[in-house]
Design a binder for this molecule. Structure first.
Ligand code: LLP
Length: 420
């Protein structure tokens, strides 16, 4: 069952009615379903069953401590992209051995923090980063295990800002340069070269780019081995797409047909045999696919404003709470918390920030909503709160974790004093 569903025309997250929750906690408000997060973790684990694997959750997608605890309890590892994320992952109970450190720009203090806390698996993206890591590990007298991130010039589709695998993107190393580094690594005792990594993009909605990446990787493994460089691990990264459009269907809504994406099992059915043939252990770093559909941003209509050109619903959440529509023109389904047989109309759902780009939806067909009505912006569990800000000195929203009939506030709304 979807984490959000209508019961007697009221929107629920698991067994919790959202209208009541919104009254109690106030809006805007992020709500997450623990059950959905667990289900998604299990879907990955079951698709990987029987394979030697390393499954890490990309903390950048949602770094709420209690959300991380749910994922740690499912026995996933964590992939972190900063000292802050490493600190959160450790605080949530991820074992240091299960944590990997990614990112194109790791500072020396971040590398030091990770090594001192027994995080030893690094994804390296440049020669200078290799040298920096090698030097810091040598000073500490420890060994860092390294996977080199490759840039394989693969176009995974999607928005330019979240493409990461094309030649002109800042990420990864060309295979020949990675090979030169690995050869050099044979004489660099603080570094134990373990394998290769790609992360070709995010919200990838077809299987083919993953297959292309796995095939290219397996050829490169052969090439490394011919040069007597052993490769043990292949990390395919994250990027698994989720359903945004048509997520929740209801006869009184005018939501477009569900735009489905391949199941994780379908993707893995294609790439696991390719990886298995190399004899390497497979690693994955999903972020969005674990948490996106578990979350919604609940907001209230402050004002209806009808102009000659448009009808605006001005709501109390804005781009400072959920940036994806403004930044990527991302589509998020919007549903009223209480659904009634009301005329459909075309509206812009906009926030209070002083920017025309501050919107959740443009020209969207919704049942008529009035002042005080509440709505939910769906599939907001990934890259939602983590991208929020205090722009216009707005207070960042509260976050609530629902588990069955329980709803726990897992992060309070910012307080005015915190703006000082
Ligand atoms: N691994 C690495 C090295 C990454 O850079 C990312 C995401 C992931 C894993 C997880 O990717 P996922 O499975 O979540 O697609 N803010 C954008 C998405 C940026 C993704 C950045 N890297 C958005 O809201 O669509």
């Amino acid at each position: 069952m979807r984490p959000f569903h209508f019961l007697h025309d009221e929107l629920y997250c698991e067994d919790v009615a959202l209208a009541e929750l919104a009254e109690r906690v106030g809006t805007p408000l992020y709500v997450y379903s623990a059950r959905s997060i667990r289900d998604r973790c299990r879907a990955f684990k079951s698709a990987l069953e029987g394979y030697d694997h390393h499954l890490t959750y990309a903390v950048k997608a949602n770094a709420n401590l209690e959300v991380l605890r749910v994922i740690a309890a499912e026995q996933l590892g964590a992939d972190v992209a900063s000292k802050g994320e490493a600190f959160l992952a450790l605080s949530a109970g991820f074992a240091p051995e299960s944590i990997s450190f990614s990112g194109v720009g790791k500072r020396a203090d971040e590398i030091l923090f990770a090594l001192k806390n027994n995080i030893r698996r690094f994804y390296v993206e440049s020669e200078q980063e290799w040298d920096a890591l090698s030097e810091i590990a040598r000073q500490l007298g420890v060994r860092a295990r390294v996977l080199l991130r490759l840039n394989l010039d693969i176009d995974a589709g999607g928005h330019d800002y979240i493409s990461t695998g094309k030649k002109h993107d800042k990420f990864g190393l060309a295979p020949d340069r990675a090979l030169a580094l690995a050869v050099r690594g044979e004489h660099s005792p603080p570094i134990d070269f373990r394998g290769l990594h790609v992360h070709i993009g995010s919200q990838i909605t077809s299987v083919e780019p993953f297959v292309e990446a796995a095939e290219k990787l397996s050829e490169i493994v052969e090439h490394f081995r011919r040069r007597s460089i052993p490769v043990h691990d292949l990390d395919i990264g994250g990027g698994f797409g989720v359903v945004y459009e048509g997520f929740l269907q209801h006869p009184l809504l005018d939501e477009p047909k569900t735009k489905s994406v391949p199941e994780i099992a379908t993707i893995l059915e294609r790439i696991l045999p390719i990886v298995r043939a190399t004899g390497c252990k497979i690693a994955l770093q999903p972020g969005r696919a674990i948490v996106a559909e578990a979350g919604a941003l609940v907001s209230k209509v402050l004002y209806r404003k009808e102009t000659d050109a448009k009808t605006f619903l001005i709501v109390d959440g804005g781009m400072n709470d959920l940036l994806r529509p403004s930044l990527y023109r991302a589509y998020h389904q919007i549903v009223p918390l209480k659904i009634a047989r009301r005329a459909l109309e075309t509206v812009d759902v906009v926030g209070p920030c002083c920017e025309s780009g501050d919107f959740f939806a443009l020209d969207r067909r919704l049942p008529r909503l009035d002042r005080g009505d509440a709505l939910a912006v769906l599939c907001a569990g990934a890259y939602g709160f983590v991208l929020s800000s205090n722009y216009n000195a707005q207070l960042r929203p509260a976050e609530v974790l629902v588990d069955g009939a329980k709803a726990a506030c897992v992060r309070e709304r910012d307080r005015l004093e915190e703006l000082l």
